[in-house]
Design a protein around this ligand. Structure first.
Ligand code: SF4
Length: 271
């Protein structure tokens, strides 16, 4: 089990429980190392010190943890400082992307998405030292394999439901953090019933002729049915921001669909 938290609620007592019953990992979100910026993002006064204290407790007790950072306009200029801070903690800067709408469909967080070129610039910096040739070769290989898989009618193209699922603090089990139906309450129901429902869900295929269905870039696209449901009310709908990001990433790798311009043309026409 991986426990997702801001760290704010990791008190001494909670850290003792985690020490006794250690999860596979605790994944903390730390969006800034500047109190003011952190609390501007979290919207909760006093949360910065509590989050840091929670992180320290995990470290002191030897509980395995990772830290992720959402890349936002509010912390974009500080990412190098955050990286240095994390390296002192023995951690790497790991970006949490993408930002999606709130679970009630409120789109406010989507306004905090970074421009695609900024996202790629950060990832490029983080990949420094990783042989560029290898990145390009990986990309070309993936592109070739994806062309062989088109058309691919599968709606869910991730691993959710096969080896992962999500449980909220109230014991409700979901396919993942963004797909909220179906759900099963583990205080009343059986985990296997949840798994059965999720396998039926992930076996679903596209029912419409959404351009995502045959898109050549789907393997690098970060859109997923959960994000599309929250943002567009339609699990099959494309999202323009993710199209831009996927095209920028493909174009960056200089290996994209020069031989087959279908996705670009269709996106331009139909979005
Ligand atoms: S790049 Fe656009 S069209 Fe292609 S899968 Fe992503 S959202 Fe859909």
């Amino acid at each position: 089990m991986t426990l997702f938290t801001s760290g704010v609620l990791i008190s001494d007592a909670m850290a003792d429980v985690l020490k006794k019953l250690p999860p596979f990992c605790v994944e903390l979100t730390l969006n800034s190392i500047d109190r003011e910026a952190y609390e501007r993002i979290s919207g909760v006064e006093g949360s910065f010190e509590k989050a840091l204290a929670g992180t320290r407790r995990l470290k002191e007790k030897g509980i395995p943890f990772k830290i992720k950072t959402m890349a936002l306009p509010q912390n974009y200029e500080m990412l190098d400082d955050i990286k240095g801070f994390l390296e002192n903690l023995g951690q790497k800067l790991k970006l949490g992307l993408p930002i999606h709408a709130r679970l009630n469909g409120d789109l406010t967080p989507c306004h905090w998405r970074l421009a695609p070129e900024k996202v790629l610039a950060i990832e490029d910096r983080l990949n420094k030292g990783f042989p560029k040739k290898k990145i390009k070769a990986d990309f070309a290989e993936r592109l070739q394999s994806i062309k062989e898989q088109i058309p691919n009618p599968r709606l869910f193209r991730c691993a959710a439901g096969s080896d992962t699922f999500h449980i909220d603090p109230y014991g409700n089990m979901f396919l993942c953090g963004t797909v909220r139906k179906p759900s099963i309450n583990l205080l009343q129901g059986e985990i296997m019933e949840g798994r059965k429902q999720f396998s039926e869900l992930v076996a679903k295929e596209f029912m419409t002729d959404s351009i995502c269905r045959n898109c050549l870039l789907w393997h690098i696209c970060r859109r997923c049915p959960g994000i599309a449901s929250l943002e567009k009310g339609d699990a099959e709908a494309p999202i323009e921001y993710f199209c831009q990001l996927a095209r920028a990433e493909a174009s960056n790798s200089q290996k994209w669909i020069q031989s087959d311009q279908r996705c670009e043309r269709r996106n331009d026409q139909e979005l």
